[in-house]
Design a protein around this ligand. Sequence first.
Ligand code: ZN
Length: 152
Amino acid sequence: MITIFMKNFKKNLINQATYDDYIHSLTLSDIPCPYCNQVHSLIHHANYTRSIKVLTHKVQLSIHRVLCTKCRTTHALLPSFIVPYSQIDTSTMISIVFHQDHHSVLENNPLLELSNIRYILKQYNLQFKSFLSSFSSEPLIVIIQHCFYLCF
Ligand SMILES: [Zn+2]
């Protein structure tokens, strides 16, 4: 997986055309393979469908996969608004973890349920809290950029 940091992204503009435009604006030859670190080796390989809950509706995206011609591994090109293995977008997850008012999060995201919030908080406490605290002196944007492969 290669997560592409998307600056100035607007949640209400998540759709296939926006994703495709952004992916096509990338220069694949500039992106090193995350497995073997070789540049000039990634080529478009395939697509797979991914669902994500955005505000009041579910969006289906055809995610691009690339193949490294050197080590033969494949990698999905995930925009930074998608959290791997989750249908809940990144900004909603941040709202859940860092804001106490979960009722407003539920009101703004009608597809979410209280069980989703409990699960995200449990995962945050189990897996991410100690990781993020290791960056305690860094501004939040620097921490976020450490989590992504490309930063624009
Ligand atoms: Zn490779």
